[in-house]
Design a protein around this ligand. Structure first.
Ligand code: PHB
Length: 355
């Protein structure tokens, strides 16, 4: 029977199991460069069939949080090279998550200029800056003529990720960041070819997916979406129709996997979305994410509802999560106070099983 521990092919790679380490922001980079500690952290977790890194900014414009990594400069490539080497040395596989925060940012990161977004719609809430929390501002709506440059930022970042030794990249089109802001009509109020109809709102994601696939090969590209997530003040009037169309479109581009956050990270979803409809429209691998434990993970795979399952917070505290699942061992408790920022404590000092 196929379960979490069964190998699976992803592009040209064979993953040792179907457990994925979900992307999680940790805010521990030096400026925007991964460190030796970053490499140690990911190496400890390389027993996952696939690691997806924390979001890495595709450009200076893409940043929105303190001490998060970039993947667009030679220094950042060199930092990530240490990470990919450390993971490959122990037989793991690792994709780089390509991130542009869009309006979920602050002028403090942009020399006082406004963050960019599809439309000048200010999110409710506050940005994390180097000086603490500050209210979000009304973003600047991107001009139509600026969009090609954004697509090129993704292409460049994907090329940088390959230079850094990654096995592939994941486009972050979830959780209220730039690509998701274009998808959902609660934020995208454009009246050019990137707004209005579902076809228009999915255009930027299609162009980015096509450009990145052209650059590195579609079988090294995954995409993360979050159809019901209202985190970061996201809303859409017709999420089922929208994300069914996204799945069909990405299937046409031929990307290797669709990674679906099936829950709302914060707050009740506006609308229910039937994930099986999304899965049916996508011919590649389906990675399920959101509150799965071992039993639900095995069941999702055995029943054919998912090909892989991504685990987030359990992976923070349990570097050897697959081994613990296999042995039925107890899990370490996760310390929420050390999620974001700080040093090795709560990062690389969670114990593995001994013996
Ligand atoms: C966060 O830093 O809180 C964060 C970042 C990326 C996500 C979700 C949450 O996709």
């Amino acid at each position: 029977m196929t379960d979490l521990f069964s190998p699976v092919a992803l592009g040209a790679n064979t993953l040792a199991n179907r457990m994925v380490m979900a992307p999680m922001t940790r805010n521990r980079c030096l400026d925007t460069v991964p460190t030796d500690l970053t490499a140690e952290y990911y190496q400890q977790r390389a027993g996952a069939g696939l690691i997806i890194t924390e979001g890495a900014q595709i450009s200076e414009q893409g940043i929105g949080y303190p001490a998060t990594p970039g993947i667009h400069t030679p220094e950042q490539i060199a930092g990530w090279k240490k990470v990919t080497t450390a993971v490959h040395d122990v037989g793991g596989h690792i994709y780089c998550q390509l991130w542009h925060c869009g309006r979920i940012s602050h002028p403090d990161y942009h020399g006082g200029a406004k963050p960019v977004a599809p439309s000048a719609v200010q999110p409710a809430g506050q940005a994390f800056t180097y000086e603490g929390l500050k209210d979000f501002v009304e973003p600047r709506a991107l001009e139509t003529a600026e969009i090609d440059a954004i697509v090129e930022q993704y292409r460049h970042a994907a090329a940088c990720a390959m230079k850094a030794g990654f096995d592939g990249v994941e486009l972050h089109a979830a959780n209220g960041y730039l690509l998701d802001q274009f998808l959902r009509d609660g934020v995208n109020q454009r009246n050019d070819i990137y707004g209005g109809s579902i076809e228009n709102r999915t255009r930027l994601l299609r162009e980015v997916a096509e450009a990145v696939a052209d650059e590195i090969g579609a079988n090294k590209v995954g995409v993360r979406i979050s159809p019901v997530n209202i985190f970061n003040d996201m809303h859409d009037s017709e999420p089922q129709a929208l994300f069914n169309a996204v799945a069909r479109m990405l299937s046409g581009v031929g990307v290797a996997y669709l990674h679906v956050v099936e829950v709302s990270l914060l707050g009740e979803p506006d609308d229910a979305v039937d994930m099986t409809q999304i899965r049916e429209r996508f011919s590649g691998l389906y990675i399920a994410n959101g509150g799965y434990d071992q039993a639900r993970g095995h069941a999702a795979i055995a029943q054919g509802n998912a090909d892989l399952v991504a685990y987030g917070t359990p992976y923070l505290a349990n570097p050897d999560l697959p081994e613990r699942f296999k042995q039925g061992a107890a899990l370490n408790e996760t310390d929420q106070t050390t999620f974001y920022g700080g040093d090795a404590h709560g990062y690389t000092d969670y114990p593995a099983l001994t013996g």
